[in-house]
Design a binder for this molecule. Structure first.
Ligand SMILES: *[C@@H]1O[C@H](CO)[C@@H](O)[C@H](O)[C@H]1NC(C)=O
Ligand SMILES: *[C@@H]1O[C@H](CO)[C@@H](O)[C@H](O)[C@H]1NC(C)=O
Ligand SMILES: *[C@@H]1O[C@H](CO)[C@@H](O)[C@H](O)[C@H]1NC(C)=O
Ligand SMILES: *[C@@H]1O[C@H](CO)[C@@H](O)[C@H](O)[C@H]1NC(C)=O
Ligand SMILES: [Ca+2]
Length: 287
C-alpha cells in the first residue's frame, strides 16, 4: 500500500515534468526567455560540443544584440536574458515577455557582441531609456509578443553592428531561414553558451504549426523548425530574430516567442509574426 502510494507520487512528478506546456507558461520569468537551442543529440557539422546549432561566424549577424538585465543582488552585474535585433540606431526589436517586468533601468543592450565571456573591443553597451510593449500582449494566448526598446544613445554602425530590414510579407512554407541566440544549448543541464549560436531552420506551414501548438494564431505568430529531433530554440533565445535571405539581404520575419518544454523535443518553435506588426514597430521606433 505504502509502496503503491509512493510509486504514484513519483509517477505524478515525472509526468508533470514532461508535460508539454508552452514555454512561457511554465515558469513565468524564465519563460521570458524561450529560445532556440537544443538538448541531447549527436553532434553534427563541424562541432563536437554544440547540440543542434553551431558557433556563429563573428560579424555574420551584426543585427543581433544581447538584452541584459541587472542582477537583483549585485547592481553592477548584468546577465544576458534575451536576444533582440537592431531596427535603427536607437531602437531594438525584442519579445514583450523579455521586458514586461522590472524597471527600465534594469536593462541594457550590448550590440557587437559575440563571446559573452570576454571583451572583444567590438561591443557597444548602451542603457535603455524606454520600453514600448504592445498593449495587447497576452501571456495566456501568447499573442502579440512584441516590444521595442529605446536606447539612451545611438549605436555606431560598423561591420559588427548594423540594422536588419523587416519583412513586409511572411515568406512561404519551407523558406530556408536562420535564427541566432545565446540561449541554452542543453536544456537538461542548463548549459549556457558564451559564443553566439546559429541554427538553420525552415518556415513551418500554418496547419502543421496549429497541430503542434494549441496556442498557434496565424495572424500574430509564425513557426519554424529544423525537422531534426533534438534541435531547436531554448530559454534565453527569446526576442531574437528569425530571418531569411532575399536578394542577398537578410529580412526579419519572426521574433523568438515560445516553444514547448523540454526544448528541442517538439517539431517547431514559435515566433511573433513581424509582418503583422511592421507598421506598429515603425511607428514606435522613430528617432
Ligand atoms: C546574481 O549574482 C549571484 C552572485 O554572483 C548569483 O549567484 C545569482 O545567480 C545571480 N542572479 C541571477 C538572476 O543571475
Ligand atoms: C536566462 O534568463 C533568466 C531569466 O529569464 C536569467 O535569470 C538568466 O540569467 C538568463 N541566462 C543567462 C545566461 O543570463
Ligand atoms: C488574454 O486573452 C484571453 C483570451 O482571449 C482573455 O480572456 C484575457 O482577458 C486576455 N488578457 C488580457 C490581459 O488582455
Ligand atoms: C489565417 O488563416 C485563415 C483561415 O485559414 C486565413 O483566412 C487567413 O488568411 C490566414 N491569415 C494569415 C495572416 O495567413
Ligand atoms: Ca564579448
Amino acid at each position: 500500500m505504502k509502496t503503491a502510494i509512493i510509486f504514484c507520487a513519483l509517477f505524478a512528478v515525472t509526468f508533470a515534468a514532461v508535460r508539454p506546456v508552452p514555454f512561457d507558461l511554465n515558469y513565468y520569468f524564465e519563460t521570458v526567455e524561450y529560445n532556440p537551442k537544443v538538448i541531447t543529440a549527436p553532434a553534427r557539422r563541424n562541432t563536437d560540443r554544440i547540440i543542434g546549432g553551431e558557433n556563429d561566424v563573428k560579424g555574420e549577424h551584426p543585427y543581433q544584440i544581447s538584452l541584459q538585465r541587472k542582477n537583483s543582488s549585485q547592481p553592477c552585474l548584468f546577465h544576458h536574458i534575451c536576444g533582440g535585433s537592431i531596427i535603427n540606431q536607437q531602437h531594438i526589436l525584442t519579445a514583450a515577455h523579455c521586458v514586461d517586468s522590472g524597471k527600465v533601468s534594469d536593462f541594457r543592450v550590448v550590440a557587437g557582441e559575440y563571446d559573452l565571456s570576454r571583451n572583444e573591443n567590438t561591443e557597444q553597451i548602451i542603457p535603455v531609456i524606454k520600453l514600448i510593449i504592445r498593449s495587447d500582449w497576452n501571456l495566456t494566448t501568447l499573442n502579440n509578443d512584441i516590444a521595442v526598446v529605446k536606447l539612451a544613445s545611438k549605436l555606431t554602425y560598423n561591420s559588427y553592428v548594423a540594422p536588419i530590414a523587416l519583412a513586409s510579407v511572411t515568406p512561404p512554407t519551407n523558406t530556408a531561414s536562420q535564427v541566432v541566440g545565446w540561449g541554452l544549448t542543453n536544456y537538461v543541464r542548463k548549459t549556457r553558451p558564451n559564443i553566439l549560436q546559429v541554427l538553420d531552420v525552415k518556415r513551418t506551414s500554418d496547419s502543421d504549426a496549429a497541430a503542434i501548438s494549441s496556442k498557434y494564431n496565424n495572424f500574430t505568430q509564425v513557426a519554424a523548425t529544423t525537422n531534426i529531433f533534438c534541435e531547436g530554440l531554448c530559454k534565453n533565445d527569446s526576442g531574437g530574430p528569425l530571418v531569411f535571405k532575399q536578394n542577398n539581404q537578410y529580412l526579419q520575419y519572426g521574433v523568438v516567442s515560445y516553444g514547448l518544454l523540454p526544448c528541442g523535443l517538439y517539431p517547431a518553435d514559435f515566433y511573433a509574426r513581424v509582418s503583422s506588426f511592421k507598421a506598429w514597430i515603425e511607428d514606435n521606433s522613430r528617432i
